[in-house]
Design a binder for this molecule. Sequence first.
Ligand SMILES: Cc1ncc(COP(=O)(O)O)c(C=O)c1O
Length: 446
Amino acid sequence: MPDNDIKSNNVIPNDLSAFWMPFSANRQFKKQPRMFVSAKDMHYTTSDGRSVLDATAGLWCVNAGHCRPKITKAIQEQAAELDYAPAFQIGHPKAFELANKLVDIAPKGMDNVFFTNSGSESVETALKIALAYHRVKGDGARFRLIGRERGYHGVNFGGISVGGIVPNRKMFGTLLTGVDHLPHTHLPKDNAFSKGQPEHGANLADELERIVALHDASTIAAVIVEPVAGSTGVLIPPKDYLQRLRKICDKYGILLIFDEVITGFGRLGTPFAADYFGVIPDIMVTAKGLTNGVIPMGAVFVKSEIHDAFMNGPEHMIEFMHGYTYSGNPIAAACALATLETYQDEGLLTRGAELADYWQQALHSLHDAPHVIDIRNIGLIGAIELEPIAGEPTKRAFAAFIKAFDSGLLIRTTGDIIALSPPLIIEKSHIDEIVERLRDILNEVE
Ligand SMILES: Cc1ncc(COP(=O)(O)O)c(C=O)c1O
């Protein structure tokens, strides 16, 4: 048992019915609950006392590993000193200190930060900034937003509108109007078992030219993409794809938004994916690793010319009518500051680069395991795509998820894809363990 095990949490309540769980198979879960009661570094402990190796950093967020001492202490101290300060018209020092520290590690030119409470809220904030920016510049006819098929940008209405995951959209009516989508970049026939960025598909960025020709550039505010798409099952951008998108956006005065909710804070072995690919967006959406997943918080980075365009009109007037009760919350800000310190102390924002080759080799050793039809990887992200059971999509991967959990390994599945994104403190021995366990699991699932 880890030292920080909290016994009072170890009891599973008799009645699990009231809690409607998010993105979960509620009935299956409640028949066969899976509960974590404590965590330390690379491991969780279950309610029945088993250790589970975390191969997903929680939900792509616990980049520094679990229950890290500096982060825990910072939260405790902040809660005792200043629990809450109003977010509007009043400040507290840590939110400003955090914004400065974030700008220091952000790609050049991203000089202003707007705080939110989640990835979804960061996406909505970015889309609103993009629309309002064109308007304050006197270009308010730019109202269209362009997303991408298979994109995931959280669950709020803006995010599902520009997103492209069909089950997340189809239940919810007409969504935002004025939205169009680029094609996704998944080309399994050409790119299966690519190591790192696939060779084929850069030309898919040119579809933006078609969209521009259809709607006219003067109506398009922004394009939003995940530099590496995560939730749809890890789609890695083909070589030169993002560079081409950037060029076309520049040509037509369209803002480029990178949704870095999973790629931000070291996931690719660089602070941000923008650094990895050498493509700087106009707006960058983050959350998750910002606070090591410990306290909900998101941050939207913008280029200074975008921020400055709003700083007009009478000084007593609010420049941007947007914000959340918890934007820059003191405990979240303290948590993020301690997280950044932990990343810096331990070199975690670049550690992925040191391990990426080992990770790649280890994952691709599973190419001959049963059911595997593709393996993809970049930085410390990996995906193993399984052949679906005929007529029963997702069933095989879900069975693998349950078997993994029962055998002491946390993986994430989406469709029939196993997605892996371990804490950045991972050691080579953990990578070996993940791969060995996965091979056993794939041998066992039907
Ligand atoms: C790329 C991307 N954007 C947005 C989100 C939404 O973040 P949240 O669940 O914090 O709202 C996620 C979550 O996985 C994500 O991967």
